[in-house]
Structure formats: C-alpha cells, structure tokens
Design a protein around this ligand. Structure first.
Ligand code: G3H
Ligand code: 13P
Ligand code: ZN
Length: 331
C-alpha cells in the first residue's frame, strides 16, 4: 500500500529552498544508512535549529531495507519533537537512476527525489526527468535533476572525467522538465579522494588545495535562471585532522583532498541551496571507531565504539550547519 510523506510528518523541499535562496544559506543534505548516523544528524540539526534533508542512496536503501527506512523517517519526526524543537525534515532519494526507483520511493514516503540522468544524452535526460517530475508532482513530491557530470564515482556510474554544466542548457532543461532544483557540475566530485595531488597546490601549512571551483559557471547559470534552486554534490571537505586520526589508529587513507570550507560558504551565499555531504561523515565515524578499538582492543560492545562515532558525527554536522552552510537558526 502506498504511503504519502505527508502522513509521516515530512515536508518536500519547495518552501525550504525558496527561503534558503532568499536567505543566502544552504540546507544540509546528509546521507544516512543506519541508526547512529540518523541520530547524529537529527541531534545536530535540532541543536543548531537547522532544517535538514535526510538523504538515502539506492545502496543505502538496499542496506537498511526500504520498510525500516520509512519507519526511521517517521521516527525521526517524532524524535525531533521529543528533543524539544521541531525542525522541517525532507526524506530525499540521492542519485535515483530510473523512473521505477523514483516511483517506488515516492510510493513509500519519500518527499523528494533526485533523478540523475546526467550520464544520458541531453534529450534522454530531459525525457527521463520529465517523466519523474510528472509522477512526483502529482504526489506533491519535489524533484532534483542534474546537468553536467561530476568526476569520481556517482554511485554505480564511474565518471572518470567531469563535464561542467553548460550554462546555455539550464533554462531549456528547467523549462522542459519542470524540475524543482538542479544539481550542477562546477568542479566538486564524490568521495574522499576528489583530486590527485598532482592537480593540487600546497598552501603554507602543507595542505593540498584543489583547483578552484568554477564560480564563473555558477554565476552564468544564476543569470540565466535567477533565483532557481541549485544543488552541489560532492561537497565534503575531507577534514585533514580526521584523516590523520584514521591513519594514526591503523588506517591507510592516502592523498585525500576535499573542497575547502570557505568555497562552500561562498556557494551557500548564492543560489546554491542544498549541499550534499556524505564522505566527511564516513571519515569521522571511522576515525572514532578506530580510536576506540585501538585503545581498547578487548572491547566488543558495539555501543562502546558506535556511541563515540555518533558523537563525533554530531560535532561535525553542527560545525557544518553553523560555520559552513549557514543553516543554523533557520528552522
Ligand atoms: O553520492 C553518493 C553518496 O555518497 C552515496 O554513496 O551509494 O555508497 O551510498 P553510496
Ligand atoms: P561527498 O562524497 O563529497 O560527501 O558527496 C556526497 C554526495 O554528493 C551525495 O550525493
Ligand atoms: Zn552526489
């Protein structure tokens, strides 16, 4: 039986995006796959009074089970009330690749879906996105489309070379598809190894600085579709203190380079109103778990290492909301 997101107490992204664009901040879109990640996201967003997009990839959906996920989202709405401050919660499908997957999610309580047709031809991308929009809008669900391809790994799709979004296509794409927001490619990419060291320069502290994001393309897009909600994927900053901790406690993460926080802050002040962060959370959890298990090799109670992992994740998300995205205080 189909379930509407409205019955779960969730909201779609329409109003949140309009406010974020006008207010010069971005809504956090944090991926989750399990209970501890969900708890950390909700606690951080309630404490910073930030709206939130709970983002679920198709891999996460398979991992956590669709029925459990729906009920976790329902539980999330009740949990934030219990925490004492009601924040708007969107349940969003990340990188949906087929109409059927988007439909399944819409029918099972998602309030927002991404249809990622960026690896198809422009015409096929329009056709697929439009099909999803028609079904989604009939159910009050908002849709994110994508133009341009990010380098790195987009779920199962390996994009070795990025293709920046072509500003001359955005107006036509938005008009023909009816999407509510548009993910663009301006130099971010997925994962913890976004760039090779050879592509970067070292600053005075020895930190690898990647090639500058193409803010010129973003500005050109904004000129062509003023005020239209823009989304940035691949926006982890890959905090080097956390990578160091992972490696100090037996990890082997090498050549990790992320997007500098000040670039994201700059993007958040523009029409970019949704910023996707997953990898940073993975690194924070891994560092905390490695630390506990290295310091206490005899430990075998998962709560003893997942608890600290959750605390570290919460701290990371609070920092993002307050100092990077500007979403704190906007709920
Ligand atoms: O963009 C991809 C997200 O980080 C989700 O990754 O497919 O491994 O869950 P995943
Ligand atoms: P990161 O890998 O940079 O965290 O990006 C996540 C993302 O874009 C999810 O869609
Ligand atoms: Zn992504």
């Amino acid at each position: 039986m189909a379930v509407s997101y409205k019955d779960l107490g969730l909201v779609n992204s329409k109003e949140l995006f309009a406010k974020a664009v006008a207010g010069g901040y971005a809504i956090p879109a944090y991926n989750f796959n399990n209970l501890e990640q969900l708890q950390a996201i909700l606690q951080a967003c309630v404490e910073t009074k930030s709206p939130v997009i709970l983002q679920v990839s198709s891999g996460a959906r398979k991992y956590a089970n669709a029925t459990l996920l729906r009920n976790m989202a329902k539980g999330a709405v009740e949990y934030v009330k219990e925490l004492g401050y009601e924040i708007p919660i969107v349940l969003h499908l990340d990188h949906g690749d087929t109409f059927d997957l988007c439909k399944e999610c819409i029918d099972s309580g998602f309030s927002s879906v991404m249809i990622d047709g960026s690896h198809h031809s422009y015409e096929k991308n329009i056709e697929l996105t439009k099909q999803v929009v028609e079904y989604a809008h009939a159910h009050g669900v908002t849709v994110e489309g994508e133009l341009g391809v990010l380098a790195g790994i987009e779920d199962d799709v390996v994009a070795e070379h990025s293709t920046y979004t072509r500003p001359e296509e955005v107006e036509d794409f938005v008009k023909k598809t009816g999407v509510d927001s548009l993910a663009i490619s301006i130099g971010t990419s997925h994962g913890a190894n976004k760039f090779t060291p050879a592509q970067c320069k070292r600053n005075e502290e020895g930190i690898l600085i990647p090639p500058m994001l193409r803010f010129d393309i973003l500005e050109e897009i904004e000129k062509r579709i003023p005020g239209f909600p823009i989304v940035l994927h691949g926006s982890s900053s890959v905090p080097q203190d956390l990578v160091k901790e992972v490696n100090e406690y037996g990890g082997k993460m090498k050549d990790t380079v992320g997007i500098p926080e000040e670039w994201l802050r700059r993007a958040a002040k523009s029409a970019v109103c949704k910023i996707n962060i997953d990898s940073d959370g993975r690194i924070a959890m891994t560092a905390a778990i490695r630390k506990v298990l290295t310091q206490n090799p005899g430990e075998f109670d998962p709560r003893k290492y997942l608890g600290p992992a959750r605390d570290s994740l919460k701290k990371l998300y609070m920092h993002k909301n307050i100092s990077v995205l500007g979403s704190a205080g906007q709920a």
